[in-house]
Write a protein that binds this ligand. Structure first.
Ligand code: CP3
Length: 338
């Protein structure tokens, strides 16, 4: 690997500067992506390995991040489990069929669902070849609770009330669904690793809606199963967005790195965990002037320190970020010297 900075940082090795990548760096804000977006619909982009590969590598060529993340989506899993997923332009995902009852749960495909995502493993193989060991490739999946949210509601919502109701009012049903998702996700991530993913991230985008006890009951045991099944084969990053209150509990998981949202103070996170931390530049700050981006990025690195640290955003980059601004964020980290 020509640039293995992220792999060394996550193992706790001393590095010359922190590695940097951006959540949702593939797609969205890059004009080169928009050209392909106009030509091919979302699932064609994801399911055609050569297209997924091209989009994955765009930010490496254009912005120069230290890792690539496969162009795909967390909703490949519900689709593989038998729920149709539509991507409605300007609105986001829509699942016509949802899971509300035990009967719905019993109809989901579990045992062989990971075979339905062969296109993801093929995309990883093609991308690994094209990257030619320039930078590591990150595979990913949604965390079981976040996937449950889309399966229950059928779309994104602000509060995911139906999903939280399922956990609280029918915990057995919720645990049954979370276990089914976990079983598929384990095989899915293992297959991504076999195909060549050098590390993996698990996105819990909606876990911050849960209080500490609910989070600890319905999220952590499933993340633990996933991490145990990966069993040190590659590093695992877990991103529980908004769960600052549970960092000490997350710290006990057999994972290698905790992703932090932008509202979590670096010093507080360090006081809760000795693990490698990733984050947590507010994506809205990428809309400031490049000079202010540089100043705040430096402040973030100082606050985290350069050891056991991966520089990233506190959530996905937004589509309206000028490429020049994203570059300034990345370059500021790359020009850092201890
Ligand atoms: O770096 C990357 O962008 C890699 C690919 C990637 C996508 N989605 C592509 C995508 C990744 C890592 C994801 C993860 C994802 N998808 C999450 C977790 C991270 C997060 O942002 O919280 C979630 C919750 C989803 C579900 C999802 N997919 C939503 C809510 C939407 C619509 C709004 C949006 O743009 O995020 C999608 C569609 C989607 N997934 C797009 C892309 C590039 C936009 C569709 C398009 O450009 O046509």
């Amino acid at each position: 690997m020509k640039n293995d900075l992220i792999l060394r940082a996550i193992k706790g090795e001393q590095v010359e500067r922190p590695p940097v990548w951006m959540m949702r760096q593939a797609g969205r804000y890059l004009p080169e992506y928009m050209v392909l977006r106009r030509k091919y619909d979302f699932f064609t982009r994801i399911k055609t390995p050569d297209l997924a590969c091209e989009i994955t590598i765009q930010p490496i060529d254009i912005v120069g991040t230290d890792a690539a993340i496969l162009f795909s989506d967390i909703l490949t899993v519900p689709e593989a489990m038998g729920l149709e997923v539509q991507m409605v332009p300007d609105k986001g995902p829509y699942l016509p069929k949802t899971v509300k009852t035990k009967e719905d749960l019993d109809q989901l495909v579990v045992k062989d669902a990971h075979h339905e995502m062969q296109y993801v493993y093929d995309a990883i193989k093609v991308t690994k070849e094209a990257l030619n060991d320039r930078v590591p490739l990150i595979g990913f999946a949604g965390a079981p609770f976040t996937i449950l949210c889309y399966m229950v509601e059928g779309k994104g919502t602000k509060t995911f009330l139906e999903s939280r109701k399922m956990l609280l009012a029918t915990p057995e049903l919720a645990h049954g669904l979370l276990q089914a998702i976990t079983d598929v996700t384990i095989k899915y991530l293992q297959s991504q690793i076999e195909a060549g993913a050098d590390l993996v991230q698990v996105f819990d985008s909606w876990s911050g809606l849960l209080d500490r006890q609910t989070f600890n009951t319905f999220c952590l045991p499933y993340i633990e199963q996933i991490a145990m099944a990966i069993d040190g084969k590659v590093p695992v990053i877990y991103f529980p967005r908004g769960n600052w209150h549970s960092l000490a509990d997350v710290d006990k998981l057999p994972i290698d790195c905790i992703g932090l949202d932008w509202a979590t103070p670096p010093a507080y996170a360090r006081s809760q965990s000795d693990k490698c931390l990733q984050g947590n530049f507010d994506p809205a700050k990428l809309l400031m002037s490049p000079d202010r981006i540089e100043a705040d990025t430096k402040e973030m690195i100082r606050a985290f320190g350069t050891h056991n640290y991966i520089a990233n955003l506190g959530h996905g980059i937004s589509p309206n970020v000028p490429v020049e601004n994203a570059k300034r964020f990345v370059d500021t980290v790359k020009n850092w010297s201890n």
